[in-house]
Design a protein around this ligand. Structure first.
Ligand code: CU
Length: 139
């Protein structure tokens, strides 16, 4: 009886540890900018174009699901990336990005995946902070 009880306590402890580990891995759903997965269509796209510019200032994505944004760097041989921050202020204060693609020199394509709450977010290129815009997450 005594042994059985301690066994269950042990199993319960292991289960809790697994749950905590899963929660830690789940994080904010950020993708660290892996090379493009050609098997899945992106939910949104943006391109870096000649003159160190993004081809748009706003991206609209759906909420309540994983959203993949594809960043296509077409700007000569210039390195760029695509990062999403909570807001311009949070970026300015040094807060970490919600998600970022890795920096790569054109031509290159990288994607990130996020699952955002409804609202307006801030995006930019970490190499060229004047390359910036808004991500609008809405249902
Ligand atoms: Cu850039």
């Amino acid at each position: 009886m005594r042994n059985r009880r301690s066994l269950w306590i042990t199993i319960g402890g292991a289960g809790l540890a697994l749950l905590l580990a899963a929660a830690a891995c789940g994080g904010n759903g950020a993708d660290e900018g892996s090379p493009e997965d050609a098997s899945s269509e992106p939910d949104a796209e943006i391109a870096m174009i000649s003159g160190a510019r993004f081809d748009r200032a706003e991206i609209v994505v759906p909420v309540g699901q994983d959203v993949t944004i594809r960043a296509d760097n077409q700007d000569g041989s210039i390195p760029h990336n695509f990062s999403i921050y909570t807001s311009a202020d949070s970026y300015a204060s040094g807060e970490r990005a919600i998600a970022s693609t890795e920096i790569c020199a054109a031509p290159c394509v990288r994607s990130l995946t996020v699952d955002l709450e409804p609202g307006s977010y801030f995006f930019l290129c970490d190499v060229h902070p004047l390359m910036r815009g808004s991500v609008i997450a809405e249902s």
